[in-house]
Design a protein around this ligand. Structure first.
Ligand code: IPE
Ligand code: IPE
Ligand code: MG
Length: 242
C-alpha cells in the first residue's frame, strides 16, 4: 500500500498533510440496526483500514484517529472494557498487515489506566512499525487535549526549562509527538465540537463535519471532505493579496 501502487490520483490542488479524525457515531450506527454498541465499535475499527488506504492514495502523510478519550472512562464498564479489548485484538490481528503496508503506528495519550498487557501491545505495535514511512497512523487512545497540555507542562518544569526560552515551537516539542499540526479535522456523527481532541495542535486547522456515522464514512465521504478542504482559503491571520 504505497502511493506508487495505487498511483497518485492528483485530484486536488492541495492535500492536507495531516488529518485528524473524530470517529464518532459508532453507537448510533449500531442502535439504528438493533445491534449492541460494541458491534458499532467493531464496524468502526473495520472502517479504519479503508480510510487509511484511501488516505495513502491521496498522499496524506499523517492520520490521527480519536479512538478513546479521557472522558470515555465515564461510559458503562462493559463498553469501556469492550473498547480496551478491541484495541488489543486489532493490534493482534492487523499489525503484520499494517507493517507490510508501510504504516507507522504512534500512540497519543496516557498509559496510566490502561492495563499492563494492553500497554505492552501498544508499545510493541509502535516499536514494530517504527521504521515505516508510507503513512503515520497516530492512535489517540486514552487521549485528552487538556491532559496532553498538562503532561507537557509537567515535563517542561521537570526539565527546568528557562521560562524566557519557552516558545510555541518548544512547547509543541513536549506534546506526545512533535508532528506537524493537523490541516484538517474531520468529525463524523454530526456534532460540531472538538471533545478535547488536539486542542493545542488544531489552532489553525480547517474543520469539517458530516452527519454520516463513522462506520459509513467511506472513500467517497473522504473525497468530499478533501474537496471541501480545497475550497477553503487558509489565511493564518493574514490579508491575502493586499
Ligand atoms: C465514537 O462513537 C467512538 C468512541 C467514542 C469510542 P460513539 O460510541 O461515541 O458513538 P455515538 O456518538 O454514541 O453514536
Ligand atoms: C469523541 O466522541 C471521542 C472519540 C471519538 C473517541 P464522544 O462521543 O466521546 O464525544 P462527545 O461525548 O459526544 O463529546
Ligand atoms: Mg459519540
Amino acid at each position: 500500500m504505497s502511493s506508487e501502487d495505487y498511483g497518485d490520483d492528483n485530484l486536488f490542488q492541495s492535500v492536507p498533510h495531516h488529518i485528524g479524525i473524530i470517529m464518532d457515531g459508532n453507537g448510533r450506527w449500531a442502535q439504528a440496526r438493533g445491534l449492541p454498541r460494541l458491534a458499532g465499535h467493531q464496524a468502526g475499527v473495520d472502517n479504519i483500514k479503508r480510510i487509511l488506504e484511501e488516505s495513502v492514495r491521496h498522499g496524506i502523510k499523517v492520520l490521527t484517529i480519536y479512538a478513546f478519550s479521557t472522558e470515555n472512562w465515564h461510559r458503562p464498564p462493559d463498553e469501556v472494557s469492550g473498547l480496551m479489548r478491541l484495541l488489543g485484538l486489532t493490534i493482534q490481528r492487523q499489525l503484520k498487515e499494517l507493517d507490510r503496508n508501510g504504516v507507522r503506528i504512534l500512540h497519543s495519550g496516557r498509559m496510566d489506566g490502561i492495563n499492563r498487557h494492553l500497554q505492552k501491545q501498544i508499545r510493541h505495535a509502535v516499536e514494530f512499525t517504527a521504521q515505516n514511512d508510507t503513512i503515520i497512523l497516530n492512535v489517540a487512545f486514552n487521549y485528552g487535549g487538556r491532559a496532553e497540555i498538562l503532561d507537557a507542562t509537567r515535563r517542561i518544569i521537570e526539565d527546568g526549562l528557562d521560562p524566557a526560552a519557552l516558545t510555541e515551537e518548544r512547547f509543541s516539542q513536549y506534546m506526545y509527538h512533535d508532528l506537524p499540526d493537523p490541516d484538517l479535522i474531520i468529525r463524523t456523527g454530526g456534532e460540531w465540537r472538538l471533545s478535547n481532541f488536539l486542542i493545542w495542535q488544531a489552532a489553525y486547522a480547517e474543520y469539517y463535519t458530516t452527519p454520516t456515522y463513522w462506520p459509513d464514512f467511506d472513500e467517497t465521504e473522504l473525497r468530499k471532505a478533501l474537496e471541501e478542504f480545497n475550497l477553503r482559503e487558509r489565511r493564518f491571520g493574514r490579508v491575502l493579496n493586499p
